[in-house]
Design a protein around this ligand. Structure first.
Ligand code: FAD
Length: 476
């Protein structure tokens, strides 16, 4: 298997002919020329800048999308899929002369199958709409992230989004039973499986999950629903050290029968920033090394309250936690979650920043953070960092700033240092946000040459002309 780049790199397309072909073609829905495209389509939430798009297509169904892609394939024109544009890696950023394909018109819930506990949705449906529809039907759709109001399920699937509930329910991949996708040549591939068990050969839906729109465009999905929850037992606790926090996690998982639904760790610097710059009231004094937000969702949380409290009492007696605040109301729990969700406010205080989303085996996380703190103090005096994340999944987010205005030289040096540490711990340079444009230089820190070579071969097989989101994940 060789690692040659796809064909498109050497075969330029003709923008005028492409635009004329799009204009001529009936039944492809709305297509706007580059000059008429609203600025909001120019980048995702990362702000990563790309090229000027040739056109914006907003198909209403898979058939229209299929014709757009078939034309682009024929004309060798690059295509960039766009969901809710909340991505943090520049995956949806336009490339020069591309046709942007927005899924925003393909929105809606097709069916809830209560007996099968599935929901069939169009790819442009916002995550929050899906969560609310599941709840109204007495179910729970477990994917949850801060961007829930704007991100689309197609984008969540394409990035294999993680978020707040992975520890109990898994990532987006674990919540998708079936998919429909359109291949770069316009072929509509329907794999709308509703079963949990289906070992009839290879499960091709995974080609489109976490591949950031580089192999095709997701148009529909069958989602897995879980039994409804009506609330949670929630606590904010202070831990004396990382080892104690993990002992609490393992004890809670065992005593609560695997029902821990969030285990969010905030290092002291994060907690201080959230309760000062972030303006969030502090339920516990800011004097402890670590804070953990522990959340256990249930159908009848009041029935589990005593067991939840006994877990915390045991942890207190063992010295795994030094202090605890247990939410007495929904408002209390929201207050605790506000600490964890106040990152947008803090980003402004630390700007300009670099934002890391890395993972490592849980047993190496303490070392990972300590080495990063050390490297920063030693080599970059004046630059601060806050550490927090879905530590129950081995995932740490780090915001580093403010960065000096030195043409990105400090940024590059910090990235080299931090990603080097992650690599040495066999961690991942992207836990959940994806590679997009931004993390391409570091991909080989977390994937072997053999893996990359196979990924390139898959890309060539599905997208022989290299039109689909070119330059994302794999360098051109
Ligand atoms: P976009 O940003 O539009 O696109 C993302 C990628 O998917 C691009 O490569 C794009 O080309 C591709 N794509 C989009 N739609 C399709 C489709 N239908 N078919 C094929 N490819 C497609 N992420 C997490 O994982 N966990 C978090 O906890 C989390 N928290 C966040 C909090 C905030 C405040 C913000 C702003 C972002 C957060 N994110 C998080 C990142 C982001 O929300 C996710 O990556 C999300 O899944 C992106 O969905 P989107 O619809 O906005 O996709």
């Amino acid at each position: 298997m060789n690692g040659a780049a796809p064909e498109m790199a050497t075969t330029p397309w003709n923008p005028e002919e492409m635009m004329a072909a799009l204009r001529r073609e009936p039944g492809i829905g709305e297509v706007l020329p580059g000059a008429d495209i609203d600025a909001r389509y120019q980048s995702d939430w990362s702000g990563e800048q790309g090229g000027a798009p040739l056109a914006l297509a907003r198909p209403r169904n898979a058939a229209e999308l299929s014709r757009v892609l078939a034309l682009c394939h024929e004309g060798r024109c690059p295509v960039v899929p766009q969901g809710g544009l909340t991505g943090l890696a520049g995956g949806a950023t336009p490339v020069e002369g591309c046709v942007l394909v927005s899924l925003e018109r393909m929105s809606g819930i097709v069916e809830i199958d209560a007996a099968s506990a599935t929901m069939t949705v169009l790819a442009g449906t916002p995550l929050q709409v899906i969560q609310e529809a599941a709840q109204a039907a007495g179910f729970f759709f477990a994917l949850d992230l801060g961007a829930r109001g704007s991100c689309q399920i197609g984008g969540n699937i394409a990035t294999n989004a993680g978020g707040n509930r992975v520890i109990r329910y898994g990532m987006a991949r674990d919540l998708v039973l079936g998919l429909e996708a359109v291949l770069p040549d316009g072929t509509i591939l329907s794999m709308m499986n509703k079963m949990v068990k289906n070992n009839a050969g290879p499960d091709l839906k995974h080609l489109f999950i976490g591949t950031e729109g580089t192999l095709g465009i997701v148009t529909q999905a069958v989602l897995r629903l879980h039994p409804g929850v009506s609330g949670a037992n929630t606590a904010l606790v202070a831990a004396p050290d990382f080892d104690s926090a993990i002992r609490l996690l393992r004890h809670a998982q065992q005593r609560l029968s695997g029902q821990v639904s969030a285990f969010e760790v905030m290092w002291q610097d994060y907690y201080l920033a959230a309760t000062t710059a972030g303006g969030i009231p502090a339920p516990l004094p800011p004097t402890h090394p670590l804070y953990v937000l522990l959340d256990v969702q249930a159908a009848a949380p009041e029935e589990d309250a005593a067991r939840f409290e006994s877990v915390l009492e045991h942890a207190l007696a063992e010295g795994w936690i030094a202090d605890a605040a247990i939410a007495q109301s929904h408002a209390d729990a929201q207050g605790f979650w506000a600490l964890r969700d106040s990152i947008s406010e803090m980003l402004r205080t630390f700007a300009p920043t670099i934002n890391f989303d890395v993972s490592a085996p849980i047993s190496r996380i303490e070392e990972c953070v300590a080495r990063m703190q050390d490297a920063l103090a030693r080599e970059f005096p004046g630059v601060r960092a806050i550490y927090f994340g879905h530590v129950g999944d081995g995932n740490v987010h780090i915001v580093v700033g403010p960065l000096p205005e030195d043409g990105h030289s400090t940024e590059k040096r910090i990235e080299t240092a931090f990603y080097g540490i992650v690599r040495s711990l066999s961690g991942s340079v992207s836990a959940e946000h994806g590679i997009g444009l931004h993390k391409r230089p570091w991909l080989h820190y977390s994937r072997s040459e053999a893996e990359l070579s196979l990924a390139r071969a898959l890309k060539r097989a599905l997208d022989p002309r290299g039109i689909m989101n070119p330059g994302k994940i794999l360098a051109p």
